[in-house]
Design a protein around this ligand. Sequence first.
Ligand code: PGA
Length: 236
Amino acid sequence: MVSKSYYDDLDALSDRICEVLIETVKKNRRAAICFATGSSPLLGYRKFVKEVIDNNIDVSGITIIKLDEWCGLDMTNTATCEHFLQQEIIKPLAIRKIKYISFNSKAVDFEEECEKIKSKIEALPCIDLTILGIGKNGHIGLNEPGEFVVPEIHVTDLDAKTKTHSMLYNTSNVSKGITIGFKDILSSKKILFIVTGPEKRIAYEQFLSLNVTTQNPSTFLKLHNNVECIVDNNIS
Ligand code: PGA
């Protein structure tokens, strides 16, 4: 089941992101949370970090999972999902290395990297919350539109629209990504699905109107029974 709520602005929507995160870490001090990166969740993450620090909330037991990554960039490159999560979540909350599951953007062998992350996720009791944005092309994580979706963690060829993602503005030759697949996404107890930005309108309209289709991977979220979809009214 997908519940939908509409917000007048990004600030109000980001308050909800913060609230869901706080609820999750208070309910289960050992929660595992899968984090998308990008502009959609950013303000919500900043509010969450402030709330945790201001109120001294214990997050030492939580596990953070990085949803996806661009392949081939140095881990310190400011365009990586790694850099984003380090700056916004890992460092400010002093998350220990053992509590952080993260693809290496510069892995020598990406198939091996997929297996490594797979076994780490399998060792968790569950994923309590997954936070997702939507791509201009309807992708979720780096599960791109195409003939099929790959259920497992996998390496993917980036779609032409994804190559224009703002995180990649100052890079060249990034053509592949590594991503959690729908098997793990749909196993998450709850999914918070964030839709912001006018460039997402068409993908979101398809999400609303289409049945489940690999042409718009966000439609796979309709197979989950606990999706909270939060939408910034400014998309239309
Ligand atoms: P954005 O990215 O949150 O930066 O818009 C979402 C995505 O492309 O998946």
